[in-house]
Write a protein that binds this ligand. Structure first.
Ligand SMILES: [Zn+2]
Length: 423
């Protein structure tokens, strides 16, 4: 099937400076086959994008999709208190079907706010995968491993990897060790060995709070980064969620990693975790993607909110407004995030040969007018509700803000039942 997008204002996210131009795009099956003016193709279905900015779908590099029911639940607490007193007791009671519906709600929110690819870790990933497949999203998914029932989770990861890691699949399976403080050295080693065996990556929380760094220091007399490095975790591609407390010697280690760090600015603010020094890390050649983290620690999955907050945090952290600009923030939310997930050959920019993961933004809004600079408007003034149309892998998933083939009402109805039973 072919789709011809006419008259788009294209922001392709290729290169180090914005390239905005009016053009047509031809999509052949799931890939972009032509980008030029005045394309004609009689077989193609035509979408007129005259009113819209077309840019790459956003990449959310750290999520826990099944946590959607925790929106606003026992908020405003310290991370460890919140996890131990509010979240873990409810998570113990989650049924497989709950994980499915909770994940589905997050999938809908991601699509409606312009995210086309995410990177998730949680338990019962089989149920998350079901929801993701039905929603049409692209995702990297991992079964979160801690020190309990390790063998079973490793077997499940192997099984799902075999099923999904192929050329055509939009789902890619990673291995996930939850965090250095929740995984002893043997668990980390097993996870790293599994990632090596499967030739895939490792998704892990790292240095989110001072408290966890203190725990690692007391247990092993190391930083979190040193702990992982000594266990050869960086032999495989990694997604390190948070990366706030990174010393200069840690930085030397992290300079050489494949993958990168997922910066989760709103979660870090809400939980008073600290500020990730994105400017310094990027200067040292480390890929930084943006992520939301799970609902509860972040409140929404809207990556536009994350972009804005990421920019503000760096400006206040460095006390220097020129430390990062809007285009660099957009890169973190697109191509740099794709690089963190090892998907940059396929997504993250709009180029001939890449997969057609596109979002159409309606800029005919009061809060986006006038448009003196498209990139600054997108980062500082836009929000997820400005996303009008979403295409993933060449298929329309949302058109004019209407979801295609997704029954949002049914999902909400089922979420209401989960909330009533558990919260
Ligand atoms: Zn997290």
């Amino acid at each position: 099937m072919k789709t011809l997008i006419k008259n788009a204002v294209l922001l392709d996210m290729v290169g180090n400076a914005p390239n905005v131009r009016k053009t047509d795009l031809l999509i052949d099956e799931n890939r972009i086959s032509k980008i030029e003016e005045n394309i004609e193709d009689e077989e193609a279905q035509i979408i007129d994008a005259k009113e819209y900015v077309v840019m790459p779908g956003l990449v959310n590099t750290h999520t826990h999709l099944a946590m959607s029911i925790f929106r606003g639940y026992k908020d405003d607490q310290k991370l460890m208190d919140w996890l131990e007193n509010a979240i873990f007791p409810v998570e113990d009671k989650l049924r497989p079907d709950d994980i499915y519906w909770n994940s589905f709600l997050s999938c809908i929110e991601l699509i409606k706010t312009g995210t086309t690819t995410f990177n998730d870790m949680y338990f019962r990933m089989d149920k998350t995968i079901e929801a993701v497949e039905e929603s049409g999203l692209r995702g990297v998914i991992a079964w979160s491993i801690t020190d309990t029932s390790i063998r079973d989770k490793i077997e499940r990861t192997r099984e799902y990897h075999k099923k999904y890691n192929n050329e055509d699949s939009k789902i890619k399976i990673y291995v996930s060790a939850h965090a250095p403080y929740s995984c002893n050295p043997d668990t980390i080693k097993l996870c790293v060995d599994l990632a090596k065996e499967l030739n895939t990556g490792l998704h892990i929380h790292l240095s989110e709070t001072l408290q966890e760094e203190k725990i690692i220091r007391e247990r092993y007399n190391k930083t979190g980064t040193e702990y992982l490095n000594d266990l050869h975790a960086f032999d495989v591609p990694v997604v390190l969620a948070h990366g706030i407390y990174i010393s200069d010697s840690d930085l030397e280690i992290l300079k050489n990693i494949k993958g990168g760090i997922s910066h989760n600015p709103i979660s870090n603010c809400k939980l008073s975790s600290g500020i990730c020094d994105v400017v310094k890390l990027r200067k040292n050649g480390i890929n930084i993607g943006l992520g939301t983290d799970g609902i509860g620690s972040t409140t929404t999955l809207d990556m536009f909110e994350e972009m804005k907050t990421a920019a503000y945090l760096q400006k206040i952290n460095t006390m220097e407004p020129t430390s990062i600009n809007a285009y660099e923030i957009l890169k973190m939310a697109t191509i740099e995030g794709a690089r963190v997930l090892g998907l940059d050959n396929d997504i993250g920019t709009i180029e001939v040969g890449k997969k057609a993961d596109l979002i159409f933004i309606n800029t005919d809004k009061t809060h986006l007018y006038p448009e003196n600079d498209l990139c600054t408007n997108l980062v500082y003034s836009a929000n997820g509700a400005d996303v009008d149309t979403v295409m993933i892998d060449g298929k329309l998933i949302m058109r004019n803000r209407k979801l295609i083939n997704i029954n949002e009402k049914q999902v909400k109805k089922n979420i209401a039942k989960v909330v009533k039973r558990l919260l």
